[in-house]
Ligand binder design. Structure first.
Ligand code: ZN
Ligand code: ZN
Length: 401
């Protein structure tokens, strides 16, 4: 049987080169043609067939083993951010965008997983579908890359039966490079956007009795929304309702007839998410009508949804990770993140797990947070991700045989 640990370590330098090449050419949203071309060129060299142009510039590559089914999917996101890089690295980006979240490493690790599984093709008891996804960081003009790739059939023909994906960086700060973090159940939150448009009646500031004052209504709504979290949700259930924008008015002496509030909801499961969406609308509507106004409410269900890990697949991941880094370095993540990840869309279609590969090394000065112009990762971990992903895919397929 193939030793994926040794195989991944052997190709470490290649993975580093891939990561640096991708780091030089960050692209944002789903507009990632250069990144797509790079990934496709490497897949061509391996002789692994793929479909490209999915959801913009996403790639779905299919490695068939001894049998075609079942199918295990590995997802790697590959988009950068609109940040001007200030790392001073010799391979720093100069195009005004930056890989400031480690997705360059994810794509390189996805390619590496493909390469080492290709070497084990004749023992592989099914197929592995590699999803190289743009637009994880969101798109200004609609849904993110995962949803767009699914809408373009990334998970159709063949549809995966199981899946996995990872994130590197410093999301969970109590982990150090070389370890693996796993968590069954909710690991990241939904990141829904909502909008409350308050409608009243504009008037002269000196004659409030002729108005329906949307600023007064907004003040009450803002206060009452926080009581949903503090009074209606189980205190042991992680929940966030944050308001990010409030817009009203044009002059000091005009009571505005409209006020727009936007905010975000974070929850770790679908039931809490639905409860919050319903109650925000009910509370805002109730407060507005008690003050003679009304609201129009919009809730962005394309959020994405909470990232919920399948317990059985998470156990598969844990076993694979222990084979690669040893049991003492594989630890459960004690607290989920209230950040979001659009891998949730894929996990809704196939049971799987999203795990953490810590990648920021304080000893190497990698103390800058995600989405910072100085964010960097420790390249020494680059072999670990593909070794774990390949082991998990291979072992899971073998168990289904
Ligand atoms: Zn990010
Ligand atoms: Zn990210």
């Amino acid at each position: 049987m193939m030793d994926f640990r040794a195989a991944a370590q052997k190709m470490h330098q290649t993975i580093v080169e891939w990561r640096r090449d991708l780091h030089r050419i960050p692209e944002t949203g789903v507009n990632t043609p250069q990144t797509e071309a790079y990934v496709c060129a490497e897949l061509d060299k391996m002789g692994i067939p793929y479909r490209k142009g999915l959801g913009g510039h996403g790639v779905a590559a299919l490695l068939e083993g001894k049998r075609k089914k079942p199918v295990f999917a590995i997802r790697a996101d590959m988009d950068g951010l609109p940040i001007k890089e200030e790392t001073g690295l010799p391979f720093a980006s100069t195009n005004g965008c930056m890989h400031a979240c480690g997705h360059d490493a994810h794509a390189a690790m996805g390619l590496a997983a493909a390469k080492i599984l290709l070497e084990a093709k004749n023992e592989l008891e099914g197929s592995v579908l590699f999803i190289f996804q743009p637009g994880e960081e969101g798109c200004p003009d609609g849904p993110g890359g995962a949803k767009r790739m699914l809408d373009d059939g990334a998970f159709g023909n063949p549809a995966p039966d199981a899946m996995a994906g990872l994130h590197t960086g410093s999301i969970w700060k109590d982990f150090v490079p070389g370890e693996i973090g796993y968590r069954p159940g909710g690991i990241m939150a939904c990141m829904d956007r909502f909008e409350i448009l308050i409608k009243g009646k504009g008037s002269h500031g000196a004659y409030p009795h002729g108005s329906v004052d949307t600023i007064s209504i907004a003040g009450q709504i803002i206060t009452e929304l926080q009581t949903i979290v503090s009074r209606e949700v189980d205190p042991l259930e992680p929940t966030v309702v944050s308001l990010g924008e409030i817009h009203a008015g044009t002059a000091f002496n005009i009571i505005p007839g409209e006020c727009r509030i936007t905010g975000t909801v974070r929850a770790l499961n679908q039931a809490t998410r639905e409860f919050l969406a319903r109650r925000i609308e009910e509370v805002a509507s109730g407060v507005a009508s008690s003050m003679r106004g009304s609201i129009e409410f919009k809730y962005g269900w394309e959020g994405p949804a909470p990232v919920v890990n399948d317990p059985a697949m998470t156990e598969e991941l844990r076993l694979a990770a222990e084979k690669i880094v040893g049991p003492e370095k594989v630890r459960e993540i004690s607290r989920p993140s209230m950040g979001g990840e659009d891998i949730a869309f894929f996990l809704e279609k196939a049971p799987g797990t999203f795990f953490f590969l810590p990648g920021c090394n304080e000893a190497k000065g990698q103390t800058w947070p995600h989405h910072n112009s100085r964010f960097d990762i420790d390249e020494d971990i680059l072999w670990i991700g593909p070794a774990v992903l390949a082991t998990m895919a291979f072992d899971w397929l073998k168990k289904q045989a």
